[in-house]
Design a protein around this ligand. Sequence first.
Ligand SMILES: NC(=O)c1ccc[n+]([C@@H]2O[C@H](COP(=O)([O-])OP(=O)(O)OC[C@H]3O[C@@H](n4cnc5c(N)ncnc54)[C@H](OP(=O)(O)O)[C@@H]3O)[C@@H](O)[C@H]2O)c1
Length: 253
Amino acid sequence: MDIAVVTGASSGLGEEYVKYIAKFYPELDEIWIIARRKERLDQLAQKITQVKCRSVVCDITNDEDIAKYQDLLTLNDVNVKILINNAGFGKLGFFDEIETGANAAMVRLNCEAVSVVTNVTLPFMKEKSFILNVCSIASFVPNARMTVYSATKAFIKSFSRALREELKRKKINVCAVCPGPMDTEFLSIADIPPGASKTFDMLPHIKPDMVARNSLKAAAKGRGIYTPHFFFKFYRVLAKIIPHSIMMKLSAT
Ligand SMILES: NC(=O)c1ccc[n+]([C@@H]2O[C@H](COP(=O)([O-])OP(=O)(O)OC[C@H]3O[C@@H](n4cnc5c(N)ncnc54)[C@H](OP(=O)(O)O)[C@@H]3O)[C@@H](O)[C@H]2O)c1
């Protein structure tokens, strides 16, 4: 059975990935949509007509849930053509004013769970498949007041690039997508209402559907990194040329 797997599919960018995978790959047998909120997954599954969607209710930071996901992969003898590691969250604020638990949970979801889900899924992937890891512009330069979040996204970028080199021998592509701000539930979970951060208010906000559509195309073409929007492509180039000690003054959130 040929499938795609999308984590964080119950809202925002993850939902858009499911819609575009169904549109671009109608030949798939199923799309496995992963998140904790079952009703939201079931609602999405009902909306998608081109490919059957299977709701997999799973907290990807929970070992028992991951073991159940692994069993499902084995029992269904799947061939995973596309893996989208999308689930993630951030928090705005000074490091020492964010709860210890929230900072640790960010590391567990944005770093550890990406590694775990990839480890568990990879044995079910063959050549000509791809992994798309949702990173962020926060990976380009460390961001004060998003200290842990930007560090987790730097992990994803580094992880994606090294894994891409490794998986060339298996002809599996790995692509990191680095979006700027998108108006999704992310912003309220991260405590970023309008006015909370001048940087967030000033930056262009990009549409999740455009990010999903274009990053799927980039990953399928074999690209290793994709940054949507001219403004953020330019920022990425600046971050490579200008010392981070200077860039960090501009990028503080
Ligand atoms: N929005 C932005 O401004 C922005 C910018 C750059 C990068 N990003 C990145 O884009 C990705 C998607 O974020 P979004 O903007 O679409 O935010 P979102 O709407 O809040 O989506 C986050 C998704 O992750 C899922 N999730 C959270 N914890 C989980 C867990 N423990 N196990 C399984 N699923 C979990 C959530 O579902 P449940 O709550 O149902 O589990 C939800 O579906 C994230 O990696 C984020 O860092 C976002």
